[in-house]
Design a protein around this ligand. Structure first.
Ligand code: FO1
Length: 305
């Protein structure tokens, strides 16, 4: 049994490789819900959808999010009505948000709805929202606090990150199955996702960090930072803004209390000794996943780290 901790695009790429070499029903993925946002009255769970669409083989691979070949007619019409349409909601993708919102109104939990969507899309792996409870990541900028997606998409990560807020973290319970997925796994993989706003959110949910420390599973991290920068997204700005070293070493230190091994990129080979001195084993390999072969090779290395 393998359990992965995942954010959005980086994790989805890695999991594409992993699902080529392990049985899909041996895999559970605990997904960040801190990016969840309400727009036009709809509950949107960007990371859950990215992982679901990717594992279902329907993601728009070029963008890394949304449904392949989607159209944007609804959004265009909303724009004509004068609405602010900074978040790209495709027509097929909107069906997921409409369904989720309707089911939430009927009293279903995020986990139940995720199960339903996965079942319709034929997914064999278990996708677990980190929590059924409201959780919202907000970024403190010079203009005040903004929702993570507003910082990320609307403001294009241009603000300096003065702080990060996890609204709801103190009361968020892990979704049913999250703690068991960590405790019952043989391997836990911390995907190459943003250590603050994708993995940090999951770690802030009650009991998750403790389960990672207690589990007998081997816990392996994959660094999302390569040669001092993330391949995509604002992880460098965030780490720097919060006073952490922007490197595979800095990421390792954030996970040190529960990690057994770390996988870092060839370009960071010089950091191997320093990370090993923290007391864990380090594998150096290509972590930049361009082709399917890159994804599979990395997954194989992680399985044997
Ligand atoms: N990312 C963007 O850069 N621009 C968008 O307009 C956008 C829309 C979007 C819609 C649905 C969805 O599931 C994801 C979407 N994303 C978009 C990706 C998302 O903002 C981020 O990649 C994650 O939240 C970070 O993990």
């Amino acid at each position: 049994l393998i359990t992965a901790l995942a954010g959005g695009i980086g994790a989805a790429r890695f999991l594409t490789g992993l699902t080529q070499i392990v049985e899909a029903d041996d895999l559970s993925v605990i997904v960040n819900t801190g990016d969840d946002i309400e727009l036009f009255g709809l509950h949107i769970s960007p990371d859950i959808d990215i992982i679901t669409y990717t594992l279902a083989g329907i993601v728009d691979e070029e963008k890394g999010w949304g449904v392949r070949d989607d159209t944007f007619c609804c959004l265009k019409m909303l724009r004509e009505f004068g609405e602010d349409t900074w978040f790209g909601l495709g027509d097929r993708d909107l069906a997921t948000h409409l369904y989720r919102t309707e089911r939430l109104k009927q009293g279903a939990t995020l986990l139940q709805i995720t199960d339903e969507v996965c079942s319709v899309l034929g997914l064999k792996s278990k996708i677990l929202p980190m929590s059924n409870d409201r959780f919202e990541t907000r970024i403190i900028t010079q203009d005040g606090s903004v929702h993570f997606e507003e910082y990320f998409v609307k403001r294009r990560c241009e603000d300096d990150v003065l702080g990060v807020e996890f609204v709801g973290a103190s009361s968020a319970e892990p979704a049913p199955g999250v703690i068991d997925a960590i405790l019952n796994a043989e391997l836990v993989v911390v995907c190459p996702s943003n250590p603050i706003v994708s993995i940090g959110t999951i770690l802030s949910v009650a009991g998750v960090r403790d389960a990672l420390k207690r589990t007998d599973a081997r816990v392996v991290g994959v660094s999302p930072i390569v040669a001092g920068a993330p391949l995509k997204g604002p992880a460098d700005k965030m780490l720097r803004g919060l006073g952490f070293e922007v490197s595979a070493y800095g990421v390792t230190k954030l996970y040190l209390d529960f990690l057994d091994a770390m996988v870092i990129d060839d370009r960071d080979a010089a950091l191997k000794g320093r990370i090993e001195q923290l007391g864990l084993s380090v594998t150096v390999t290509n972590t930049v996943m361009k082709s399917l072969l890159d994804k599979i090779s990395l997954a194989k290395i992680v399985l044997h780290s």
